[in-house]
Design a binder for this molecule. Structure first.
Ligand code: MOS
Length: 696
């Protein structure tokens, strides 16, 4: 049991549940069908603002198979009601088009869908306002931005520094609303048993869903069990429970039967979150040598009238580059729109598009190579806090990327390289993402047969979490991976942080290592005497994480892109994409590469395709499916590679790892936009880079 085995961390172990997935044995939330099941289909608001006067319930109940039609007028009251997104059917108010205002429960999905479609609702509609503008009179400064950063930070006198700077870039960038669209839409199967509630649910953290739902229904968390062994992607949209989870539980309670509710792709565009659109003004002042003297980054974003969601758009700008005088601000306006939510490196992704586009503009204004410009502005310590970086290898990423990409000798002149019908150009941008870690619990058990079982309510949303936790546990137990089984995806397991903020592996891995260490100690103490029932030990990392030394902890990366733009049509193709990352120790190169490349593909998608189009009169996003909301497909990705530099950072966690789930998307869109400028001479500051913007 204590013999040394080759390290599993660092090896490209195949996904431990891979066979289950390709053979269909892995079951997703919608595939659970308890006995006596009924189907719930939501009714969505058909106005963007107003009040519901009446719902013709009697007509609905006459329809075949219908068991119940529930709306504000006959819904049970929730125990806690903050008036936010989860206060489902607790008010007659309509806060946005598509909001859940009712639910029909029927014997079959078909019956429920048909009846829900025919529900007659009488509204008192009011004028709506759904347009984000940088001069909106309703703009205000939120108390904090996500998760708990100050909205504004100012150091020195940036206005004076800008006025005195020999070189100034002053530009406005914008990013559209974007929708997460994981492969598996959200789904919940809710079943009550007396005071107990069981949810089969697709989410990024079973413990989080349990605690939220328990509070809403006024129950102890132990009365709620959330089971989610397999999840088909989330990208932030499953980080917190959305209203459908509450609606399913509420409907099941009302009809006294288990209820299944699947959110359709079309419904997802209103009820499962999205990335706020942003308008960002960036001003950079520099000396003739390209050294930044001032950075001012101002962001304007939206939230709904029922919940404040303040994205941290300019937060990465606070630690990215050295400059003595700086200001970063966030302004928010509450509109008659769905509440924005977490999506694929929220904050960093739109924020770094603006900053890294502006850095490219500054490089041109200074006549400097954009790689060199970034290296010249590398800070020694975190410019905002003054804290040392636990490790910061942006320069190594830029240098290694430049070498691999063939950057040396690049002609900076824009719009001069023709290859057949294409104008060709290259661009670079930096990436960053913070290193978070949250308290978690885990247990480790030595089974009588010599195997080990590790339990933690972690979530594998397709990232490989189950696999890397198996590797981490195997090393901590000094056992081969095939003797370790990791159980995750169930709130009955030890409580754990959610899979979000790229903190899963760091948070869960710490708890798993500590539980395994405690188990080995216990086995040592017993001198190899294993009782018939096995031995178990557990760990809680609350104290360890609270007591960790203060550092500026961030992952970094460099993104390089080559694009070809058709001279006649303006159609842009990304010919090559290379990302080089510094993210601590890479636990599994196979799943890590997949994470990086996936993120970069999302960045390509953001650069060229993704855009939720708001219709001012209609009051909603017009594109509601994947035919109209375009995401990158295989044919859009020609040549993509992700690499990493060795990084040995002792200030992180027992694995020495940084999160890798989100950094891949950060900076990609800017690298592509910068390459488009190099190719064509046209600077696109409003994403996506559509062909009509290039040919006009
Ligand atoms: Mo991620 S957008 O924090 O799930």
């Amino acid at each position: 049991m204590t013999t040394t085995t080759p390290s599993s961390v660092g090896s490209g172990l195949d996904r431990v549940e891979g066979l289950d997935k390709v053979t269909g044995r892995a079951r997703y939330a919608f595939e659970y069908s308890p006995r006596d099941l009924a189907y719930a289909v939501p009714v969505q608001a058909a106005v963007a603002r107003g009040e519901i006067r009446a719902v013709d319930v009697d007509a609905v109940l006459k329809r075949p198979g219908v068991i119940a039609a529930i709306w504000y007028g006959n819904a049970p009251r929730l125990a806690s009601d903050d008036g936010g997104e989860l206060a489902v059917l607790q008010s007659p108010r309509v806060a946005y088009r598509g909001q859940y205002i009712g639910v029909v429960v029927a014997e079959t999905l078909q019956d429920a869908r048909e009846a829900a479609r025919l529900v007659r609702v009488e509204y008192a509609a009011e004028r709506h306002d759904v347009e984000l503008r940088a001069d909106h009179p309703g703009l205000y400064r939120p108390e904090v931005v996500n998760p708990d950063f100050p909205a504004d930070v100012e150091q020195g006198d940036p206005d004076a520094a800008l006025a005195a700077a020999p070189i100034v870039v002053d530009a406005v960038y914008s990013t559209p609303a974007e929708h997460n669209n994981p492969m598996e839409p959200h789904a919940t199967v809710a079943a009550w048993d007396g005071d107990g509630l069981t949810l089969h649910d697709s989410n990024q953290g079973a413990s989080t869903v349990r605690d939220t739902v328990a509070a809403l229904f006024g129950m102890p968390p132990a009365n709620v069990r959330v089971i989610s062994p397999h999840v088909g992607g989330g990208f932030g949209s499953k980080g917190i429970p959305h209203p459908h989870v509450v609606l399913a539980a509420l409907a099941a309670k009302q009809v006294g039967r288990p209820v299944k509710l699947a959110v359709t792709r079309q419904q997802m565009f209103a009820v499962t979150g999205y990335r706020t659109p942003t308008i960002q003004r960036v001003r950079l002042g520099a000396d003739a040598g390209g050294r930044l003297t001032a950075i001012v980054h101002e962001a304007f974003e939206q939230s709904s009238t029922i919940k404040e969601f303040a994205e941290q758009t300019t937060v990465p700008t606070r630690m990215m580059y050295a400059a003595p005088d700086r200001r970063t601000t966030h302004r928010l306006v509450r509109l008659d729109v769905p509440t924005p939510s977490w999506m694929r490196a929220p904050g960093e992704t739109p924020g770094m598009f603006a900053l890294e586009s502006a850095m490219d503009e500054l490089a041109i204004a200074c006549g400097l190579d954009p790689v060199e410009l970034r290296i010249r502005n590398e800070p020694d310590t975190d410019p905002e806090s003054g804290l040392p970086f636990s490790s910061r290898n942006l320069v190594a990423c830029l240098r290694e990327g430049a070498r691999r990409f063939g950057w040396a000798g690049r002609d900076p002149a824009p719009g001069v390289r023709r290859r057949g019908r294409l104008l060709v150009g290259t661009g670079v941008a930096a990436s960053t993402y913070p290193v978070y870690r949250r308290p978690s619990r885990a247990s480790a058990r030595a089974e009588p047969d010599g195997r080990f079982t590790v339990r933690i309510a972690a979530a594998d949303i397709g990232t490989g979490a189950r696999t890397v936790l198996t590797q981490i546990a195997a090393d901590a137990l000094r056992a081969p991976v095939d003797r370790v089984r990791v159980e995750i995806g169930d709130s009955a397991l030890p409580t754990a942080a959610l899979a979000g903020g790229s903190m899963g592996t760091a948070s869960w891995g710490t708890a798993v290592v500590r539980a395994c260490e405690a188990l080995l100690e216990e086995l040592d103490r017993r001198g190899g005497d294993l009782p018939a029932g096995g031995v178990e030990a557990d760990a809680d990392t609350t104290e360890e994480i609270r007591g960790q030394r203060r550092f500026a902890r961030h992952a970094f990366g460099a993104q390089f892109a080559e694009v070809g733009v058709d001279v006649d049509t303006g159609e842009t193709r990304v010919l090559r994409l290379l990302g080089v990352f510094a993210a601590g120790r890479i636990v599994n190169p196979k799943t890590a590469r997949s994470q990086f490349v996936g993120g970069m593909t999302m960045g390509l998608s953001m650069a060229l395709l993704e855009e939720s189009v708001m219709d001012r009169e209609f009051g909603d996003y017009l594109n509601h499916d994947l035919a109209q909301y375009h995401v990158a497909a295989c044919a859009d990705v020609r040549d993509i590679e992700a690499l990493w530099v060795e990084e040995d950072d002792p200030h992180l966690n027992p694995m020495g790892s940084k999160g890798i789930g989100e950094i891949g998307i950060v900076g990609t869109a800017a690298a592509i936009a910068n390459a488009v400028h190099h190719a064509t001479g046209v600077r696109i500051r409003d994403l996506p880079i559509r062909l009509d913007k290039l040919v006009r």
